[in-house]
Structure formats: structure tokens, C-alpha cells
Design a protein around this ligand. Structure first.
Ligand code: 5RP
Length: 222
């Protein structure tokens, strides 16, 4: 099976976690896009959605979903999203699609984070995938020096030869070469650097359930 076929399988499996007539929190990325397209097939059972990026909001609206402002939402049963890396205990690196801050905010309101990923995302130790860190633009150099001092190599994410600008108007530093043996401690330490908006480590609040697409079928970790 191709990676896209595995993503489609987990997107389909995630539909079982959607609570009827409730709000669904929706992530960002190619796996989340497969999920949105599957969710559209049961649109009549979905009260409304909350999106973790402008791209996701546009795709949801194109399918005719109502997309709520998170400020108007007090609870949602599930948030469903992909990951760049995940451990068996549910700690994740996210932000490959630059949406980490909104993803973490929407996930914080949900009762459960359902991670959907192809099997290649399962790792023993996080850090092979460069760790995304969203930063205030004026601070990118000072934050990069601090990240380098803790053992990484921070690179400013570029697009069309300019720094990539997130939906929140910020920049992303991708930190290479990290061996993240204590994700909870690392998440707190990086979030504590002045100028950091959010680190793409989701460990203090990780995934409650992970649906992993494998050649032999969808494997559930919880
Ligand atoms: C976006 C993310 C995505 O969930 C992550 O990058 C995985 O993407 P994909 O489903 O395309 O492999 O965190 O910010």
C-alpha cells in the first residue's frame, strides 16, 4: 500500500470516533484532508466543526460544514489530526504543516485527541523529524541561538525564498538533530524561551488514541 492509501485507511477508521450531533475539532495536513473528505460523507451527523488552520477551514467550508470560532465553543468530544512523529505512549511532534499553534489550542479544548497517521510516523524516540517551533518574527535569531545551545540546529523555515509566515503572522524554526528523551520536560523548556509562541511537541497533552495505518490493517494504540 502507498503512504496515501494508509492515510486514507486511518482517516476512514477515525470516523468511528466522531460523536454524533457534536462538534468535531479538525487538524491540518494530508491525513487530516483525507479525514475531512470522509467526514463529508456523514455531514448530516456533524453539528459543526472547529478548524486548526485556514486551509482546513477552507476545505471544511467547501464541503458545506459550519466552521465555528473556537471562542464560541466550550467543549468538543474529539479533535482528530495527523502527526509527524508519535511514540507508543502518544507523545507527538507536529507542525510539519506550520499549524502547530492552532492545533495545540483546538486540541486543548477537546476531551480526546485522536491521532491518525501512517505507520512510518511511529518512533521510539522523538526528534528525527525536525522539531517545529513557532516564534515571534523579531525573535527568530535569539530563539535560534537558545535552541542551538540546548543541542539542536535551528533553521528558519522558508517558502519562495522568504520566511514562511504562519496563519498567526509568525515564523517557524525547524530544529534538527534533537534526541527528545523527555518530551514533557523539553516541551516545557522550549515553551519557556521568550519569543517562542508554541513548540510542536505535544507531550503534556498527547494523543489519547492513535490509529496507525499498517500494511496489515489499522492498528489502534491507546
Ligand atoms: C500540520 C501537522 C500535521 O498533522 C503533520 O505535519 C502531519 O501531516 P501529514 O498528515 O500531511 O503527514 O502537524 O501542522
Amino acid at each position: 500500500m502507498t503512504q496515501d492509501e494508509l492515510k486514507l485507511e486511518v482517516a476512514k477508521a477515525a470516523i468511528a470516533y466522531v460523536v454524533e450531533n457534536e462538534i468535531v475539532g479538525v487538524g491540518t495536513g494530508s491525513t487530516a484532508n483525507f479525514f475531512i473528505d470522509e467526514l463529508a460523507k456523514i455531514k448530516h451527523k456533524v453539528k459543526a466543526t472547529v478548524a486548526s488552520s485556514e486551509a482546513t477551514a477552507a476545505r471544511l467550508r467547501a464541503h458545506g460544514f459550519e466552521v465555528l470560532d473556537l471562542n464560541d465553543v466550550t467543549s468538543m468530544p474529539v479533535y482528530i489530526d495527523g502527526a509527524d512523529e508519535i511514540t507508543a505512549s502518544g507523545a507527538m511532534i507536529k507542525g510539519g504543516g506550520a499549524a502547530l499553534t492552532r492545533e495545540k489550542i483546538v486540541a486543548s479544548v477537546a476531551e480526546k485527541f485522536i491521532c491518525i497517521a501512517d505507520g512510518s510516523k511511529l518512533v521510539e524516540t522523538l526528534g528525527k523529524f525536525p522539531l517545529p517551533v513557532e516564534v515571534i518574527p523579531m525573535s527568530h535569531a535569539v530563539v535560534a541561538r537558545k535552541l542551538n545551545a540546548i543541542g539542536g540546529e535551528a533553521k528558519l523555515r522558508m517558502k519562495d525564498e522568504k520566511p514562511l509566515v504562519t496563519d498567526n503572522g509568525n515564523y517557524i524554526l525547524d530544529v534538527h538533530g534533537m534526541q527528545i528523551t523527555d518530551p514533557v520536560a523539553m516541551e516545557a523548556a522550549i515553551n519557556n524561551i521568550v519569543g517562542v509562541v508554541t513548540v510542536g511537541l505535544f507531550a503534556a497533552q498527547g494523543a489519547n488514541v492513535c490509529l496507525l495505518g499498517m500494511a496489515e490493517g489499522v492498528k489502534t494504540l491507546q
